[in-house]
Design a binder for this molecule. Structure first.
Ligand code: AMP
Length: 279
């Protein structure tokens, strides 16, 4: 049975009971509109913890664009059924006032790693993420938290946050789940028209080609430029970045001399998609 909670007091009472019984607690933070990528995180939590909480909260503080916040898909009834089917113990879906009551005045900001890429294109985004994730850790009191590698930069920001603030939680990064044509699963894919949905897979294909080019000693700048052009030629309207960065600190990598990550963000049909792969 999956229980849906809106109030922090109810969540705390439930978790305190579990902890008193010696049970470990895992949390999967989400913004809802769930797909198999989210469910893979829940399955990982199920395998690693006695109790699993999934939070569903479309966090207004991490949206720099009000229209994006307004258009973000909300499908709570379907989400609840999916979460029930994979053995979620509790869904915490608070009202924004519960998370940000009047007088709320604290912002958590992780410098450095938050600055490039998503941070540069979405001002304030990672402050919003870091603030809500710190709060969700405090609210759920979970000892393990499961995040997707799909949001690679976010995963690095959360790991930095946890290390810097000595938060008593272990962060586990899980593989990106993809559609059969390679497109990374995302709640935003539902907003694509059928034709844009077909074209969207060009982003992943171009990234795989660039990664192979870099492995084959083609200069990084050339490989990235080729990918950029392929994504635009394939139907995307704009590319915010396609970049090679060091996997952990996300430093620019003009030469592939360390474990690297190829990261991209591009817009098609008015929908901004992000993805990343290992190089
Ligand atoms: P979101 O609801 O988009 O904020 O995502 C909630 C969590 O699910 C984040 O940790 C994401 O990285 C993760 N996630 C989103 N898409 C995928 C995917 N395709 N594969 C694995 N994890 C994902």
């Amino acid at each position: 049975m999956t229980i849906v909670l809106r109030d922090l007091a109810d969540l705390r009472a439930l978790v305190r009971g579990w902890k008193a019984a010696g049970q470990s607690v895992g949390v999967v933070p989400t913004m809802g509109a769930l797909h198999d990528g989210h469910l893979s995180l829940v399955r990982a939590a199920r395998a690693g913890c006695d109790r699993v909480i999934v939070t569903i909260f479309v966090n207004p503080k991490q949206f720099n664009n009000p229209a994006d916040l307004q258009k973000y898909p909300r499908t709570e009834a379907a989400d609840t059924a999916l979460l029930q089917s994979v053995g979620t113990d509790a869904i915490f879906a608070p009202h924004p006032d519960q998370v940000y009551p009047p007088g709320f005045a604290t912002t958590v900001s992780v410098s450095g790693i938050s600055a490039p890429m998503e941070g540069a294109h979405r001002p304030g985004h990672f402050d919003g993420v870091a603030t809500v994730v710190a709060k969700l850790f405090g609210m759920t009191m979970a000892e393990r938290a499961y995040f997707g590698q799909k949001d690679w930069q976010q995963l690095q920001v959360v790991q930095r946050l946890v290390a810097d603030l000595n938060l008593p939680v272990e962060v586990i990064g899980c593989e990106t789940l993809r559609e059969s044509d390679g497109l990374a699963m995302s709640s935003r894919n539902a907003r694509l028209s059928p034709s844009a949905r077909l074209q969207a897979a060009v982003l992943y294909r171009a990234m795989v080609t660039a990664a192979n080019d870099i492995r084959n000693a083609i200069p990084v700048a050339t490989a990235l430029e080729t990918a950029h052009r392929a994504v635009l030629a394939g139907g995307f309207d704009a590319v915010d970045y396609i970049d090679l960065r060091s996997a952990d600190l996300l430093e620019p990598m003009p030469h592939p001399d360390r474990p690297a990550r190829l990261l991209a963000a591009a817009t098609i049909d008015g929908v901004r998609l992000i993805d990343n792969i290992a190089v």
